[in-house]
Structure formats: C-alpha cells, structure tokens
Design a protein around this ligand. Structure first.
Ligand SMILES: NC(=O)c1ccc[n+]([C@@H]2O[C@H](COP(=O)([O-])OP(=O)(O)OC[C@H]3O[C@@H](n4cnc5c(N)ncnc54)[C@H](O)[C@@H]3O)[C@@H](O)[C@H]2O)c1
Length: 214
C-alpha cells in the first residue's frame, strides 16, 4: 500500500491502533465505530478518521470499521504480513533480555542469532541460540537473509558496527546505543531510548505538581 509522505506522528500511532484492534479481534468483536475506538484509545474520533484517511479511510460504512479487515490492513502497512529475520549484536544485559522476550515472534520478528566480541561469551546459549563471534557476522547475515539488526553494544563501537552491517545488506537497525548512526538513506534506523520515556514521565509529574500547587 502507498504510504509515502505520511507523517511520522501518524505512523507512530499505527502500532497502537494495531494492538487495540488485535485485542478487539481476540474478543470476537467484528465492528467498531471511530467513536468506540476513540473511547478505548483516548484519541479523538476525528483524529482517528484523519489518520485512516491517509490510507484511503479503510471504508467505514454504516456502523463502523470491520475489525479484522482494519487489523489486517494496518498490519500490512506496518510490514507485519511478512516475517523479518533479526540478529542481536551485543549479548550483554539488554541483548540477552531482548533475546529472551518471546513476544516479538508473534508479530513475525524472528530472532536468528546473537553476536558479541567477547570470547568469554562465545557458545553460551541464550534461549535457543549460541552467542557467535563477530567474524561470523558476514556469512551469517547472507545465509540467513537477515534484514534487521538490533544494536545493544556500547556507543563507542556502534557507528563502526552499523557501517559493517550496512555493507552486509542489512535494511533496518533497531538502535539501543546512545549514538546517532551514519547510514545511507535506504537503511532505516529506529533509535530507542528508554530514558526519553522516563524523562517524559518526570516532566508530567512536575507539570502536575506545579498545576496542583497553583
Ligand atoms: N536505549 C536504551 O534505552 C538503553 C537501555 C539500556 C542500555 N542501553 C545501551 O545498550 C547498550 C548495551 O547495554 P547493556 O547494559 O546490555 O551493556 P553490557 O555491557 O551488558 O553489554 C554490551 C555487550 O556488547 C558487547 N560488545 C562490546 N563491543 C562490541 C563490539 N564491537 N561488537 C560486538 N559486541 C560488542 C560486550 O562484550 C557486551 O557483551 C549500551 O550502549 C547501553 O548504553 C540503552
């Protein structure tokens, strides 16, 4: 589906729509109005209609949207109708935690391997994968059609490792290292900063306190 020129704000809301629609689908609900979706998601009904209009509106007729259809269409826009092969670079605390988090696989994100440059970790089993040395990265990426790499390594080596991944043909990097990567425009990077979320929380706590004191 054509979705060029769609704002990142709209794209940022799609996973949430997808999650809620998945829950409605699991409850056996067949149709939902934008008002009902609005009540569940705490987004205005007009925002929902505007968001969906970017993709042709998903044919709301009479009473509401067809849940399963909408769920499927949003899933396609998010690329979830295909599976994605992932590797993790950095088998430390965060890399291991992500490897052990099973829920990604439900959405078609398949963890295929985990790499590190610390020989003490080579061969250690994390879930059903052995930690592999970085020298095996190149052949592994090609042989296993890896399209996404998860970077859970220190920031001082992340730029260099990302460049190597790009050379191997990786199409997306889920970057947890606190550094901006230098990649060509055809490689997508999604930076994740848990502390940003925490800072938003403290902003809201402070704003509430200021409001309350006044
Ligand atoms: N973005 C976030 O929200 C968030 C949250 C926690 C941690 N982090 C970051 O994630 C990274 C990992 O954190 P952690 O707590 O798991 O650290 P960690 O020290 O437990 O793990 C890092 C691993 O990377 C490996 N490594 C180092 N250099 C490497 C290289 N060149 N190639 C391959 N492997 C290499 C190390 O051997 C180690 O096993 C850090 O950069 C940290 O700052 C980000």
């Amino acid at each position: 589906m054509e979705n060029k020129g769609i704002s990142q704000a709209v794209i940022g809301r799609l996973p949430r729509y997808f999650r809620y629609l998945g829950e409605l689908k699991d409850q056996g609900i067949e149709r939902v109005s934008s008002q009902e979706l609005s009540d569940i998601m705490k987004v205005t009904a007009s925002q929902i209609r505007q968001d969906f209009n970017n993709f042709g509106g998903f044919g709301q007729q009479g009473y509401g949207y067809k849940v399963e259809y909408l769920y499927g269409e949003i899933g396609k826009i998010l690329g979830l109708d295909q599976t994605h092969n992932l590797i993790i670079i950095g088998a430390g605390n965060l890399g291991q935690a992500l490897a052990n988090y099973m829920n990604f696989e439900r959405r078609g994100f398949l963890f295929r391997g985990i790499f590190d440059n610390n020989p003490a970790l080579y061969g250690r089993r994390i879930r059903d994968m052995e930690v592999l040395p970085m020298k095996e990265l190149s052949s592994f990426v090609r042989e296993n059609a890896i399209d996404i790499a998860v970077l859970t390594i220190p920031k001082n080596c992340a730029v260099e490792v990302a460049e190597e991944l790009v050379k191997e043909g990786i199409r997306g990097i889920w970057n947890f290292a606190h550094v901006d990567l230098n990649v060509p425009p055809d490689v997508q990077v999604e930076n994740v900063h848990l502390s940003d979320s925490l800072m938003k929380l403290t902003y809201n706590i402070n704003r509430y306190e200021t409001h309350y004191d006044a």
